[in-house]
Design a binder for this molecule. Sequence first.
Ligand code: HEM
Length: 218
Amino acid sequence: MSWLLRFWDSTIGKKVVMAVSGIGLMGFVFIHMAGNLQMFLGADAMHKYAVLLRTSEELLWVARIGLIVMAVLHVVSAVQLTRINAAARPVGYAKREPQVSTFASRYLRVGGVFLLLFIVYHLGHMTTGWFNESLVHLQPYGNVVLGFQSPWIVLFYVVAMAVLGLHLFHGAWAGFRTLGLQKRSPSPLQRSLALGFAVIVWAGFTVVPVAVFLGILN
Ligand code: HEM
């Protein structure tokens, strides 16, 4: 057990925990995005999918707990790495002109906090009904259509999915480097893979609220 604590105490250990939990969360968002696309197959397909997820309540809770553990590890390692960085440079640069870091990397932390707030809102909107009185248990098609009747909610989701796309792009790219899976090259393949994954997830999620807004799904 002590080697595990020593590993967690090291900066690289926290980066690995962040990368591995990030991969798990990427798996979840991809499956969730693919599941949501069943909206285009109709209410029956969505209903069957929701029932399939609930074939076993025990298994559903195992998956939910796994998801919560990955999310907590991801956030805790991010917060601790941010603190370590801040402690290493207590006085910031007098003049800072990032050369290589991209828009995505500089806004990764702000994006992460925004995504946490999105997830809290989203659970209240689509799962618990805290922010959505019209929610009906096991009727995901109707819940999604009724849930996106307000253009403000559609706009919020569209912005949140753009933030998610940027977060995934930088996060997947950073994860490749942490795990040493990237080869030295001016245009590494891993960067294109990270970009491709981010674009697929962003487009796959965004198309659903936009289709409801345009009346294609109703
Ligand atoms: C346009 C985008 C999205 C739509 C339309 C959508 C739709 C839904 C729906 C309908 C449910 C309820 C499923 C059910 O009870 O059968 C749900 C649950 C959930 N969604 Fe999303 N979702 C979107 C984006 C996201 C994103 C980006 C994340 C995470 C980063 C996310 C995380 C979750 C979680 C954690 C649950 C709860 C799953 C459970 O029951 O344990 N969703 N979503």
